[in-house]
Design a protein around this ligand. Sequence first.
Ligand code: AP5
Length: 222
Amino acid sequence: MPVYIVFLGPPGAGKGTQASLLAQRMGLPHVATGDILRDAVSRGTELGLRAKGYMDRGELVPNELVVNIVIERLSQPDAGTGAVLDGFPRSMGQAVALEKALAERGAAVNLAIYIEVSEPELVKRLSGRWECRSCGAVYHEVTNPPRAAEVCDRCGSGLSQRSDDRPETVRRRLQVYLEQTAPLLDYYVGKGILAKVDGERPIDDVTAGIAAVVAAKGFGTR
Ligand code: AP5
């Protein structure tokens, strides 16, 4: 049976960092809606043009632009054994749409991992974040710096900072998270599949905490 793991947590909690590592270890694709949308913005596609304003304001991009893209991505051959989802679902409507799409192929979300981090720490993390647009690797100038400034360790491309990491947009993203995404925690508690991980520890410790949760569920890693 395919395995679907969802990462939940506020902006800057470390979802991208950890989802990418877990996906590699499980041999599953890392499906990150933020990355898909930023790629569309940088390529100037119709999706990107329509999504950009919402992203710059820290608002959720409307469901009609996001949901089908994810469902379509999950039907690609490399997702035949499942996927690690990062940034989706982010509202009740998205959670229900995902559940319906997976049920149609006899599957379901198996595990929702909630990375818990306090607000002051989130603000620190987002203000020091650097990203690789080519391979998606994420760095922090203090806690997780690249070996050479502004150059990706993994693929050698240049690093950049995200336009929605400005302080006023970060505040709005946190507010949107609390209003629209945090209710999903109770939703997945109700399904008996929510696992909470303390995300305020060093990256390797958080990775180990997640590995323990995944192993306890009996899912294999490489
Ligand atoms: P998205 O890209 O998903 O952003 P987000 O959820 O706000 O999360 P972030 O990517 O900011 O943080 P993260 O939790 O992944 O943390 P990271 O690992 O980078 O979405 C962006 C926008 O796209 C949204 O605002 C919305 O407009 C739109 N969008 C996306 N999905 C959507 C959807 N489903 N529906 C509608 N709209 C959607 O880590 C952060 C920093 O901290 C890094 O520098 C990292 O190196 C560092 N760090 C990580 N872990 C640790 C640690 N343990 N200790 C110290 N530093 C750490």
